[in-house]
Design a protein around this ligand. Structure first.
Ligand code: ADP
Ligand code: MG
Length: 260
């Protein structure tokens, strides 16, 4: 993790946000190849909320997620997961933080093909040497409609079912926050709607916190709030989004924010 160029407030008590960024900057390259991927982004993701991050291709959505989840270093500002400030952590501590406090869902599912669904779901906990809370696991598996599929391998499951296994894996350890990067990008619209419904249920019924990157206004409308990025800056914040409101907001950016 690179050193911040601006002072960070590492002792500040948690303000209730599951994660937050303060003037977070990320610069790739130098000279002719210099790209400001994040330009002093400040944002908080509230506990028990489902937030969508939207913006055109290249606007910095994945970079913001990766920096806030401790998957990538940043160039300036600060990022917290709960009370923990990320720029102060070494590689080993970051690995531990990701394992214990963060759940991930990726576009490509990222399941291990040789393991069954339940083995995939509990793998991160097995690696961490922690015991799954069986009651919670049953609740997650039941909520995601996977009870009858636990002995199946990924190749025996549809794309939607595989992504539900990935969501269950992210939920299994009851993380502080789940980051999902285009989780429905590889799914047909029906399976996509199913996965989005389950992500929403995990927030409303299981009390989890989800942050989802998407370029789809319908997907974003499942969230409680949508934040919009353009050119590495946070340009808007929309509470209680409907698909129409999201589309309207995108039009008002005058072509600046397009679906990618
Ligand atoms: P999004 O997820 O919104 O499509 P990204 O966060 O992937 O956008 O990228 C933001 C900007 O940073 C883009 O201009 C992209 O080209 C640049 N970028 C991303 N990753 C790298 C990298 N590893 N090296 C150089 N530039 C990068
Ligand atoms: Mg991206």
């Amino acid at each position: 993790m690179s050193q911040s160029t601006t002072p960070t407030v590492s002792l500040r008590a948690s303000n209730g946000a599951a994660a937050r960024a303060t003037a977070l900057s990320k610069i790739y390259g130098a000279g002719d190849t210099r790209v400001v991927a994040l330009d002093e982004v400040s944002v908080e993701f509230g506990r028990g909320r489902f937030t969508a991050i939207m913006g055109p291709s290249g606007s910095g959505k994945s970079t913001l997620m990766h920096c806030m989840a401790g998957l990538d270093s940043f160039s300036g500002g600060s990022a917290h997961v709960g009370d923990t400030e990320l720029s102060g952590l070494g590689d080993r501590e970051l690995t531990k933080l990701r394992r214990e406090k963060i759940g991930f869902v990726f576009q490509a599912f990222n399941l291990l093909p040789t393991l069954t669904a339940i083995e995939n779901i509990t793998l991160p906990m097995d690696i961490a040497g922690s015991r799954p809370d069986q009651e919670w696991l049953d609740l997650v598996v039941g909520t995601l409609g996977l009870s009858g599929r636990l002995a199946h391998r990924p190749s025996q499951l549809s794309g939607g079912q595989q992504q539900r296994v990935a969501v269950a894996r992210a939920l299994a350890g009851r993380p502080e926050i789940i980051f999902a990067d285009e989780p429905t990008g590889n799914l047909d619209s029906r399976s996509g709607a199913e996965v989005l419904g389950f992500l929403r249920d995990s927030v409303r019924e299981l009390g989890q916190t989800v942050v989802m990157v998407t370029h789809d206004p319908v997907a974003a409308s499942y969230a409680d709030r949508v934040v919009f990025l353009a050119d590495g800056r946070l340009i808007d914040d929309l509470p209680t989004p409907s698909p129409e409101a999201v589309l309207d907001r995108m039009r008002r950016f005058d072509g600046k924010v397009r679906t990618s």
